[in-house]
Design a protein around this ligand. Structure first.
Ligand code: FE2
Length: 340
C-alpha cells in the first residue's frame, strides 16, 4: 500500500513538472543580434527557453490576427509607439497586472496593454561647417517651418512611421490646425524631395546638402560607433546633435515596446520575460548594443549616447499612446500638403 502511495505521489510530481511550460514565444520586429543574447541571459536565469520569430511589424500583426486563438505567440515586440498603438487598436493584446512594470515605466510610456522597453528621441543634426551653433540655440520643432530655413531641412518620407509619430505628436501638442500650417512650412523648407533612411539625412547634412537633418538619436550613435563603416563614422563626426524644444515643450520621445498577446499560451513566462527586459541587467545590455535610451533610471546610456545628450528635457507631459490616436490623420495631412 505504502509503495503504491509513493508511486502515485512520484507520478503526480513528475507530471506536474511536465505541465509547467518552460518556454516563451516572442514575435519581434527588432532586428538586433544582441536581443538574442539578452534572451539567452533570461534562459540561463530562469530555465525558460525563448523562441523568437522576427519580421516586419505589419506582417507580424497580420499573422497574429489570422492565427487568432491558435496563435502561439506570447509577446509582441515592436519599435515605435504608433505601431504598438496599432496592434492595441486591433485587439491583439491582453491586460495583465505587474507592479514591477508599473513601478519601472513612467505612466506616459505605457498603456494598459503595452509597455516601453527602451527610448529614443527624434532630434536635429547639423554640420558646424555649415551653420553656427548660436543660430540653433533654443530651436524647436516648430522652427522647421520658419522661412529662414528655406531649402535647408533634410527629412525622410511621410510613409515612415517615425515621421508619422512626430506629426501625430505635433497634432497632440498644438492641435490639427497649427500642425497643418507647420507641415506646409516644413515641406517648403525641405532641401530635397524626401529620400533615404534616417542615416541618409545625417549623411546629407555632413555633405552640406542641407543644414538641419531630422533623425532618431541611435542612428547617429550607430554611425559614430563605426559599426556602419569608416565613411559613415567620418560623416557622423562632422555632425552635431541638437535637442529641439529645450526652451519650450521638450524633445519628442518614442520607444520600443512590448505587449502580451491575447491568446498567449505561456502567459506567466511572457510576463516574467517582460519584467526581465526592464531589469537593470537587461536595460544595460539593450542600451549598450542598440544605442537607445534606457527606461530604467538606474542605468546609464551608452557613453556615445551620453556624449550626445543625457540630461535633456523630454516632453513627458503627454502620453505616447496619442501617437497612434493621430496617426492616420497625421499621414493624411502630410500627403495633402505635399510631404512625399
Ligand atoms: Fe529605427
Amino acid at each position: 500500500m505504502i509503495i503504491r502511495i509513493i508511486y502515485i505521489f512520484c507520478f503526480l510530481i513528475l507530471n506536474a513538472n511536465f505541465l509547467v511550460s518552460k518556454e516563451v514565444n516572442v514575435f519581434s520586429s527588432r532586428h538586433y543580434e544582441s536581443d538574442y543574447k539578452l534572451y539567452d541571459f533570461f534562459t540561463k536565469k530562469t530555465g525558460i527557453k525563448v523562441n523568437v520569430i522576427t519580421g516586419k511589424s505589419k506582417l507580424l500583426e497580420k499573422r497574429v490576427i489570422e492565427e487568432g486563438s491558435s496563435c502561439k505567440g506570447d509577446l509582441l515586440i515592436l519599435a515605435d509607439a504608433g505601431r504598438m498603438g496599432s496592434a492595441e487598436s486591433k485587439g491583439l493584446f491582453q491586460k495583465f497586472n505587474s507592479d514591477i512594470l508599473k513601478k519601472k515605466i513612467p505612466e506616459n510610456l505605457r498603456t494598459d496593454y503595452w509597455y516601453s522597453i527602451a527610448k529614443r528621441a527624434r532630434i536635429f543634426f547639423y554640420n558646424s561647417a555649415n551653420i553656427k551653433n548660436k543660430d540653433l540655440k533654443n530651436i524647436d520643432y516648430l522652427d522647421l517651418a520658419d522661412e529662414k530655413w528655406n531649402g535647408d531641412i533634410l527629412i525622410r518620407a511621410s510613409n515612415n512611421i517615425y515621421n508619422q509619430s512626430l506629426v501625430a505628436y505635433m497634432i497632440e501638442v498644438y492641435g490639427e490646425k497649427k500642425a497643418t500650417e507647420w507641415i506646409k512650412g516644413l515641406v517648403k523648407n525641405m532641401a530635397r524631395s524626401p529620400q533615404g533612411n534616417d542615416r541618409a539625412q545625417i549623411l546629407g547634412v555632413a555633405a552640406k546638402e542641407g543644414k538641419i537633418a531630422v533623425a532618431n538619436t541611435y542612428y547617429h550613435s550607430l554611425m559614430m560607433s563605426g559599426k556602419k563603416g569608416t565613411e559613415q563614422k567620418k560623416a557622423a563626426e562632422k555632425v552635431s546633435p541638437i535637442f529641439p524644444g529645450q526652451n519650450s515643450k521638450g524633445t519628442h520621445i518614442n520607444i520600443s515596446g512590448a505587449g502580451l498577446l491575447k491568446h498567449s499560451p505561456n502567459k506567466k513566462n511572457a510576463i516574467k520575460l517582460l519584467e526581465f527586459l526592464l531589469s537593470d541587467k537587461a536595460q544595460k545590455h539593450i542600451v549598450n548594443n542598440t544605442f537607445e535610451y534606457p527606461i530604467s533610471q538606474n542605468v546609464n546610456p551608452h557613453p556615445i549616447v551620453s556624449r550626445m545628450g543625457k540630461n535633456f528635457k523630454e516632453n513627458n507631459t503627454i502620453s505616447i499612446s496619442s501617437y497612434f490616436k493621430w496617426q492616420s490623420k497625421a499621414y493624411k495631412i502630410m500627403l495633402e500638403n505635399g510631404w512625399k
